[in-house]
Write a protein that binds this ligand. Structure first.
Ligand code: MEV
Length: 328
């Protein structure tokens, strides 16, 4: 018997990563081809909540989990928010199985998606229990899911901008500025992206920390780089709204060059980016924290398969072809 299921898609950042941590805007979109899922089932009476992270081979007893365990924190926060009380002796008896097709530490929002799936799974299970008892269930807004998941993001990397939890919790393309409410952005015409994985895991915490130290050493230089990225984000937003995605190609190339100057590219990303351009992509850049993880290439419907093949030939461990389209 299943009490509730929560799901969440992955994401890519189109423009503006890293600069977004310093108050500049960024554009991000969900990637539904990769998903995290949390399934809540009843467990034996008195056993409390066990989180089974199938992909990690980990079983976590909520009652004994450390305060800073991200999966346990997502469940605790959701329960505390929905039940309006601290989770204690009245913890429900549940087995929550989490699985995900989103590669870890690869710029596709795996941490935020797993937390979002857990929060939604807990909400769905409580809803079913409340309905069975004839009581109305509290509703979780996207803003609340995002705020709860942000708390778990802080464990993954100390100073998250909040873009990952926002785009994943809202499940929509977002123009994001730290500290401001999420702003969905208009897409005048759909466009095709090829996403390719270097296969190198690169925790965001490390690249974000390195950028912070570099910014502390040379604040004026880094602020200027972030300003130039912010200008590209604004141009990209306008091109997307105008239904002229081809204009994004050169903007992606420029954004990648600036990310290289910031120090977050690496040889493997640069090889994939060059291969995508050689195969006819209109532009390409790293996406997310960098130094590994994924890159994105702007393709056309016609050449996407060729670009994806070239990326695999150049060493990508996997590619995803996705269409960025308005939410109906
Ligand atoms: C990570 O997906 C994006 C970064 O800009 C970090 C953040 O915004 O928290 C690198």
């Amino acid at each position: 018997m299943i009490l509730g299921i929560g799901r969440a898609a992955g994401k890519v950042i189109l423009f503006g990563e890293h600069a977004v941590v310093y108050g500049r805007p960024a554009l991000a979109v969900p990637v539904t081809q990769v998903q995290a899922e949390a399934r809540v089932e009843p467990a034996a009476a008195g056993t409390g909540i066990t989180i089974c992270a199938a992909d990690l081979g980990e079983e976590i007893a909520l009652g004994r989990a450390a305060a800073d365990h991200p999966l346990a924190l997502a469940v605790r926060l959701a329960l505390a928010h929905l039940r309006g009380e601290e989770v204690g002796p009245r913890e429900p008896d549940w087995r929550i199985t989490v699985c995900s097709t989103i590669p870890i530490a690869s710029g596709l929002g795996s941490g935020a998606a797993v937390s979002t799936a857990l929060v939604r799974g807990v909400a769905a299970a409580l809803k079913q229990q409340e309905a069975a008892a004839g009581r109305p269930a509290p509703v979780l807004s996207a803003a609340t899911v995002s705020a709860l998941v942000y708390e778990t993001e802080k464990l993954h990397h100390g100073t998250p901008s909040g873009i990952d939890n926002t785009v994943i919790a809202y499940g929509q393309p977002v123009y994001f500025v730290r500290g401001r409410p999420a702003e969905p952005f208009a897409i005048g015409r759909p466009f095709t992206l090829v996403i390719a994985d270097t296969g190198i895991r690169s925790p965001t915490r490390i690249t974000v920390g390195d950028v912070r130290r570099a910014w502390e050493r040379e604040p004026a230089r880094y602020e200027a780089l972030f300003d130039r990225i912010a200008a590209l984000v604004e141009q990209a937003r306008t091109a997307i709204a105008d239904g002229e995605p081809a204009r994004l190609g050169p903007l992606m190339d420029q954004n990648h060059a600036l990310l290289s100057e910031i120090g977050v590219s690496c040889a493997e990303l640069d090889v994939l980016i060059a291969a995508a351009r050689a195969a006819g992509a209109l532009g390409a850049k790293l996406s997310g924290g960098g130094r590994g993880g994924n890159m994105i290439a702007l393709a056309t419907e016609k050449n996407a398969a060729r670009v994806a093949e070239a990326l695999i030939a150049a060493g990508a461990t996997r590619t995803i072809v996705t269409e960025v389209a308005p939410i109906p």
